[in-house]
Design a protein around this ligand. Sequence first.
Ligand SMILES: C[S@@+](CC[C@H](N)C(=O)[O-])C[C@H]1O[C@@H](n2cnc3c(N)ncnc32)[C@H](O)[C@@H]1O
Length: 447
Amino acid sequence: MPSRESRPVVGPVDIQSLQRDGRGVGRLGARTVVVSQAYPGDSVITRVDVETKSVFQGRVKRVVSAAETRRPSPCAHADWCTGCPYLGADREAEIAWKRGFVVEEARRQAIDLPGDWTFETPTAPWEWRHFAKQIFGLRDGHLVLGSYVQGTHVVVDNARCPVLVPGLQVLLERVVAAARHVGARPDNVGAPGLLHVLARSSRADGRCQLVVATRDPSGADALAIFEKVVPLDPELVSGWVLIQEQPSNNLLEGRALHVHGFRDLTDTLLDVECRIGPTSFFQANPACAETMFRDAVERAGSGRSALDLYSGVGILAVGLAKRFERVTAVEAVEEAAALIRKNAAKAGVAVDAVHADVETALDVLSDRGPFDVVVADPPRKGLGARGTQVVTRLAPSRLVLLSCDLAAWGKDARTLIDSGFKLGRFTVYDAFPRTAHVEVSSVFERA
Ligand SMILES: C[S@@+](CC[C@H](N)C(=O)[O-])C[C@H]1O[C@@H](n2cnc3c(N)ncnc32)[C@H](O)[C@@H]1O
């Protein structure tokens, strides 16, 4: 990988506006320049990562003159990591920009937001992230663990990432040190090797789970890392090696080998003590999720029967089971679907957990209906046409839709409104401070 200093440089570029992904936009001759961590009013020299006929895309090399909203960044990697585009911006400005993008999305989809909608910021902007996905790479010949530079396959390290909880900052540092010590190599440096790491820290007790993924079929490199890290980190209570022999965009795919401690991590959300497996989804910002889920369960109401779609390990389903006589939960990952039953039993309630893709589960769900309410919390791509069809066919009078992608929410909301729903309560949560992402919580009622 070329070192960052060897990249071409352009500018100064006057940043005139901000894209939805948090990057600043300016012009240089006929080209658009898109720059991470640059804000309207800045003039910046830009280090170019991607160049096309019409676009330069890159990172700030030097601020020539600073926007009023620019603040000193507390991150040691601010000039090369593109993970948090708002790192160098005033927090109030970040919130105002994100609010603006919500209004813009509603306008784009011709959706009337209720007059009392709010943008909530329940957590501090630092040390909120309890889940890390980091990639192994080589930087100037040295093994590093970090993230891709936006739009490229270049990996840059972000050790001590300030949005991560301290326990994970320390754990990841130990993983890198161990990998270097045992001479492990990233994948494709001569041989199949280390791919990525998934690390989670329990908000309830600070204990951690670590998954090290490798393309090496023997898993020897990943096992050697565990041998070094386990004696140093008493908080590391669950360890897995994931053998991913075939390239995959799904970081969780592969053969999972349990190599240390407990199989699952335990955390508590909404008073539900839940087990989380190595390939299960769990909220990266549990403190914010708790506020959002409490509202979502309340907005679902109470009654005879509720359906929770895209359930993960069942936090919402268990919350709903305290208000509804019968709850059905649907989840595509087998391990997570099995944990829904266990987590419900631990909470003293029953949930009917269905292991299926929502899009193909219409028949099996129709047999379990009718439902008073459907709660859906789909992955980033949203419900999409087929998911929306399932929701509308099951015909609840009320749908609570959570979404971690504003554009996906906009499309789904438009389809729902066109199918006869009316948007009711609407709240946006700043669940991922300093990044460009938000969580949307919305209620749709049959018009
Ligand atoms: C945003 S998470 C929500 C999980 C849960 N509400 C929570 O917060 O713990 C989305 C979940 O949907 C699951 N999933 C993804 N695609 C799915 C599909 N087509 N059908 C069912 N579940 C799916 C993922 O495995 C993940 O657990």
